[in-house]
Design a protein around this ligand. Structure first.
Ligand code: GTP
Ligand code: MG
Length: 251
């Protein structure tokens, strides 16, 4: 029997949410992978949905808006006063994707240099890395490569999903925005990240962004789980053959 309350109605994902920019998307398919859809229908998602909680780390320069982004999504609030994150903080968000419960642990890390050392000890084991920059501060975009490098020291680059998120969209004029967007899209495609632009003040694209993170992380987890159960079956056959050989040799 589950002790958890039902997933909130506004956390139910029945369709794959769309990418933000075609030039920098992790993939541009309209729907979840057919294998994932079938596995969900047949309730064959393994540990995904039952025990597994996926870790998402949010990194980037100080005051770019990491905490505001998480708070806008998780609590639907916005604080205009800056309060630096000390070390790390985390929020849990429960979703239901294609009828399967799915939880994300969102780790909000400190951007200030003096707390970086504590924060980086929490980078390990991330399924997704969200690198945040301020759309009105080119230097914060330039620093994202360093944040990526630090996050990848603790994680497996072949399995982590990367997102590059520009914040404070409300503060930039359309002309300013399109300038920085060009650089951001270029960088995102170079590092294999999906690019998003958001505003935590107005809420623009915040929900869409986190739904995309949840969906792509879920999809990758289920595919990995299916692959694992496939190879387990192969492993079992090999083991049986070995036993048979030993048996034959004995006789
Ligand atoms: N106008 C506007 N201001 C924002 C937005 N997001 C964040 N801010 C402001 O930017 C400042 C820093 O925001 P935080 O979310 O605390 O920044 P942070 O990245 O968590 O900073 P550290 O914890 O020090 O790493 C605050 O004063 C916020 O109010 C936004 O979308 N629009
Ligand atoms: Mg913070």
């Amino acid at each position: 029997m589950s002790v958890l309350p039902p997933v909130r109605k506004d956390r139910i994902i029945a369709q794959l949410p769309k990418f933000f920019n075609k030039g920098a998307a992790l993939h541009t398919k309209d729907e979840f992978h057919p294998k994932v859809k079938t596995a969900c229908q047949e309730q064959r998602t393994g540990t995904v949905g039952r025990f597994k909680i996926s870790k998402v780390i949010v990194v980037g320069d100080l005051a770019v808006g990491k905490t505001c982004l998480i708070n806008r999504f998780c609590k639907d609030v916005f604080d205009k006063n800056y309060k630096a994150t000390i070390g790390v903080d985390f929020e849990m968000e429960r979703f239901e994707v294609l009828g399967v419960p799915f939880s994300l642990q969102l780790w909000d890390t400190a951007g200030q240099e003096r707390f970086k050392c504590i924060a980086s000890t929490y980078y390990r084991g991330a399924q997704a890395v969200v690198i945040v920059f301020d759309l009105n501060d080119v230097a914060s975009l330039q620093h994202t490569r360093q944040w990526l490098e630090d996050a990848m020291k603790e994680n497996d680059p072949t399995s982590v999903l990367l997102f590059l998120v520009g914040t404070k969209k409300d503060l930039s004029s359309p002309a300013q925005y399109s300038l920085i967007e060009q650089d951001a899209v270029k960088l995102a495609s170079e590092i294999n990240a999906e690019y998003w632009a958001v505003s935590s003040l107005s809420g623009e694209n915040v929900r869409e962004f986190f739904f995309r993170v949840a969906s792509l992380t879920f999809e990758a987890n289920v595919l990995a789980e299916l692959e694992k159960s496939g190879s387990r079956r192969i492993g079992e056959v090999v083991k049986m053959d070995e036993q048979k050989c030993a048996y034959c040799q004995y006789y």
